[in-house]
Design a protein around this ligand. Structure first.
Ligand SMILES: NC(=O)c1ccc[n+]([C@@H]2O[C@H](COP(=O)([O-])OP(=O)(O)OC[C@H]3O[C@@H](n4cnc5c(N)ncnc54)[C@H](O)[C@@H]3O)[C@@H](O)[C@H]2O)c1
Length: 245
């Protein structure tokens, strides 16, 4: 039971990769997993399935809502052991065609949302002396991708913030670790929008000749969030089937 007794928070936990992370944490003995998302129906389903999962309606751009949520968890449990910044969106277009609105939307959720959650929870982890923050980046944040200026900027930003937090949150003797996972192309509702030809191309470029599954990413997040990774911090783990070597 690799998450035994842990208090966990997963953003974007209602579907796709986030749902798989919530499922892993719940099955690995977490005391409670807060699945934070805006999709109430999907959260209700998760709550029905697992007695240690609590769905919580939270938009990661809502700083006031985040404050209320973290206070509630602190009052009830006194600590948060694992935060997974997973919520993310895409609004793809070539830079010539990218609207300011699409730029702002992606920055607000994928970059500022990660900042908002970590700013609210990281200090609590420091106070209690330990914790793990795992943020979902992307190979696009490391290598770039046509049509994803906004998304690539946020996912590169997640890496830079992760490295900064590994330094900031380990001060004063705190054992708070910060790591990122950079998935390749994974079959989820997010990639349903990507043309099949591009997905096929990605599959062929990967050394392992397949797309990722949500579980591939959740396994990496589980490792980094568990005590097995207690000497790992400030790292970016690529989980991409060997897309770029
Ligand atoms: N699928 C991929 O190929 C892939 C590759 C690399 C990285 N990622 C990253 O993995 C993460 C999960 O992606 P996915 O493919 O599971 O996506 P998805 O669209 O299937 O699921 C994302 C979830 O986040 C929630 N969400 C969106 N905006 C939110 C907000 N403002 N506040 C709270 N919740 C919000 C959605 O409701 C949804 O449940 C994202 O950060 C994504 O960028 C995905």
């Amino acid at each position: 039971m690799r998450m035994n007794g842990k208090v966990c928070v997963v953003t974007g936990g209602a579907r796709g990769i986030g749902k798989e992370i919530v499922t892993k944490f719940a099955n690995e003995g977490a005391l409670v997993v807060f699945a934070c998302d805006m999709n109430k129906e999907a959260l209700d389903e998760l709550e029905k399935e697992f007695k240690n999962v609590k769905g919580y309606i939270l938009n990661v751009t809502d700083r006031e809502g985040i404050k209320v949520f973290v206070e509630k968890v602190r009052a009830e449990y006194g600590r948060i052991d694992a935060l997974v910044n997973n919520a993310g969106i895409t609004r793809d277009a070539l830079i010539q065609k990218m609207s300011e609105e699409d730029w702002d939307a992606v920055i607000n959720v994928n970059l500022k949302g990660v900042f908002n959650m970590t700013q609210a929870i990281g200090p609590l982890m420091m106070e209690t002396g330990s914790g793990s923050i795992v943020s979902i980046s992307s190979v696009v944040g490391l290598d770039g991708n046509v049509g994803q200026t906004n998304y690539a900027a946020t996912k590169g930003g997640v890496v830079a913030m992760t490295k900064t937090w590994s330094k900031e949150f380990a001060r004063k003797g705190a054992k708070v670790r910060a790591n990122a996972v950079a998935p390749g192309f994974v079959r989820t509702p997010m990639t349903d929008k990507v043309p099949e030809k591009i997905l096929e191309d990605m599959k062929n470029k990967a050394l392992l000749k397949r797309l990722g599954e949500a579980e591939d990413i959740a396994n990496a997040v589980l490792f980094l969030s568990s005590e097995e990774a207690s000497f790992v911090t400030g790292q970016v783990l690529r989980v991409d089937g060997g897309l770029v070597i």
